[in-house]
Write a protein that binds this ligand. Structure first.
Ligand SMILES: [Zn+2]
Length: 253
């Protein structure tokens, strides 16, 4: 059988049988792929250490149609991303990115999602310590956007009016965006002032606001937005992540 070769990121692995591991990759050509890596446990030497979570490389696998589990032939690591293990915030942020992709990605090619995932992991690994929270938030929003979901924050989701520069709106999870002051009544989400909207706009553009405040509230907004529109159950790593973000006054300020 011919083997398929594709760029891939290792998202998760667990032991299987006496000596093997099941590995879940997000790949450039086939989307989410699960493979069994035979005989890799207890073995040392070249190549084994590189089968680490968040590593990028070239996966070669024997892929059978209509199967969920394939057989790995080889993984040639090109980027280990050891830096993600250096501190708990980077590691948890990367875990949240992986968990989000595992929860919603399909077993089919999605170039934009592959690019967003690789960019997310690189950003979280490489960013300066004081910008980690912003990097994690913009990385997670970029994956969410690659799935096809983004909140509407400039025009009211109810009446369509453009929110004024000084307006305080309120987030409406069901409608997927901000309501203007006149329509705010009855929306269940947090109040959002001009500052918070400006920061969210930056995060959605893949940038890190230099003056990011309310990182915890931004994470809550993202988590609840995902729960409403993208994932069917709460993502564990997002809860861990919240505990690592500083708690500040409500998002409205
Ligand atoms: Zn309105």
């Amino acid at each position: 059988m011919a083997a398929t070769r594709t760029a891939a990121v290792l998202l998760r692995g667990h032991d299987y049988g006496d000596s093997s591991r099941i590995l879940r990759f997000y790949t450039e050509q086939m989307g989410l792929v699960s493979v069994v890596a035979r005989g890799v446990r207890g073995r040392t030497g070249k190549g084994i250490a590189t089968l680490a979570t968040f590593a990028s490389g070239e996966l070669t696998a024997y892929v059978k149609a209509n199967r969920d589990l394939h057989t790995m032939k080889d993984f040639e690591c090109t980027r280990l991303r050891e830096g993600l293990g250096r501190d708990v915030l980077r590691f948890t942020g990367a875990s949240a990115a992986a968990e989000l992709v595992l929860a919603h990605a399909e077993q089919e090619q999605h170039a934009g999602l592959f690019e967003a995932l690789v960019g997310a992991l690189d950003q979280i690994e490489g960013v300066a310590a004081e910008e980690r929270a912003g990097a994690v938030l913009s990385a997670l929003w970029s994956i969410t956007e690659a799935f096809g979901y983004a909140p509407q924050i400039d025009d009211c989701v109810k009446c369509g009016e453009v929110l004024g520069e000084q307006d305080y709106g309120r987030f409406d999870y069901a409608a997927g965006g901000v309501r203007c002051p006149s329509c705010s009544e009855g929306a269940a989400g947090p109040r959002m002032g001009p500052g918070a909207r400006a920061q969210l706009r930056e995060l959605l553009s893949g940038r890190r606001p230099p003056d990011l405040s309310h990182a915890r509230q931004h994470l809550t907004l993202l988590t609840d937005f995902l729960a409403y529109h993208v994932v069917s159950r709460p993502l564990k790593s997002f809860r861990f992540l919240a505990g690592l973000f500083p708690q500040e006054a409500p998002l409205a300020s």
